[in-house]
Design a protein around this ligand. Structure first.
Ligand SMILES: Nc1ncnc2c1ncn2[C@@H]1O[C@H](COP(=O)(O)OP(=O)(O)O)[C@@H](O)[C@H]1O
Ligand SMILES: [Mg+2]
Length: 295
């Protein structure tokens, strides 16, 4: 395991928990989540084949009264209500243990089985819909070692589209496009564990971009990165047209990239509003274990 594992212990525990004896919906691996046949992919009605224009892009999220308790009795989510419109960029912030990763893992059904519900474009996330949902929601784990498992980056990025039934002749183009989108063109033959954490985080993002998701969910994109790695991933995220839901401790990133933020604390959503306004409220931030970013 890499030295970076420490920053993602919580997410790793989540991933391992669902990998273990009792997967709540299906298997735990993101590539397995992504797997599906082409007819499972949700297409936009009436949209031309190929690129779908942003205006007609799906990507709405509705979370209602979501509660979740881990098998050991830890109550991680205590009634979350949240709506995200297509194309919105929303940061989920809060102290360690607030429930951020647990919430994100519900977006494509990796975790399920509590009370309440999550719907993506009006489709409730449940066992029957989970394949369809996973073609729409691209989830990037905090620890790239949970996402990258193939001998080469190219194979990791190709995995999702192959298992979605994308024609062989289009796979190469998908991989090239996804790697270009994260500034990693030409790295198809590189070995994941030879890359820096920042590169592996961007490659992890490419493994979901290659499936053309409408929604990107990214757990702690900048955690553990050096300043350059952090800037690189921020500039990629700032340019994405997809709906973006990102958990983070990096309030300076929130200020720059995410117009809306919600604060989770102890499994509850305690604030939701424009990031610029919430980041000015030093007392409220401090009350929830956060600190106003320096300018
Ligand atoms: N696999 C697990 N089993 C039991 N408790 C867990 C597991 N994963 C996380 N938790 C607990 O659930 C709560 C929320 O954790 P998490 O969602 O990882 O928070 P965050 O991502 O905000 O740090 C914490 O109390 C954490 O210890
Ligand atoms: Mg977490």
């Amino acid at each position: 395991m890499s030295a970076n594992a420490r920053v993602s212990d919580n997410a790793r525990v989540d991933a391992e928990q669902v990998r273990g004896a009792s997967p709540p919906v299906e298997h735990a691996h993101p590539h397995v989540h992504a797997a599906g046949r082409e007819h499972d992919h949700v297409h936009v009605e009436g949209a031309p084949t190929g690129e779908v224009s942003l205006a007609s892009q799906p990507g709405g999220i509705v979370i209602e009264h979501l509660h979740f308790t881990y098998p050991d009795g830890t109550e991680a989510l205590r009634g979350i209500d949240l709506e995200v419109a297509p194309g919105e960029k929303v940061a989920i912030v809060g102290p360690n243990g607030a429930g951020k990763s647990t919430l994100l893992l519900h977006l494509n059904g990796i975790l399920a089985g509590g009370h309440g519900r999550v719907a993506i474009d009006g489709v409730v996330v449940e066992a029957a819909s989970v394949k369809r949902i996973r073609a729409v929601v691209g989830l990037v784990f905090q620890d790239p070692d949970d996402q990258l498992f193939s001998p080469t980056i190219g194979e990791d990025v190709a995995f999702g589209p192959i298992h979605m039934g994308v024609p062989r002749e289009d796979i190469h183009h998908r991989v090239e496009r996804a790697l270009a989108a994260v500034g990693m063109s030409g790295t198809e033959r590189r070995v994941p564990h030879h890359l820096s954490l920042g590169q592996r985080k961007r490659a992890s993002l490419a493994t979901v971009l290659s499936m053309d998701p409408a929604i990107l969910v990214f757990d702690e994109p900048t955690a553990g990165l050096d300043p350059r790695g952090r800037r690189e991933i921020m500039s990629v995220l700032a340019q994405r047209p997809e709906t973006l839901l990102v958990s983070t401790h990096d309030l300076a990133m929130v200020a720059q990239v995410m117009p809306r933020m919600v604060i989770l604390d102890d499994g509850r959503l305690v604030a939701d509003g424009p990031s610029a306004a919430l980041l000015e409220d030093a007392d409220m931030l401090e009350a929830h274990g956060l600190e106003k970013p320096c300018r």
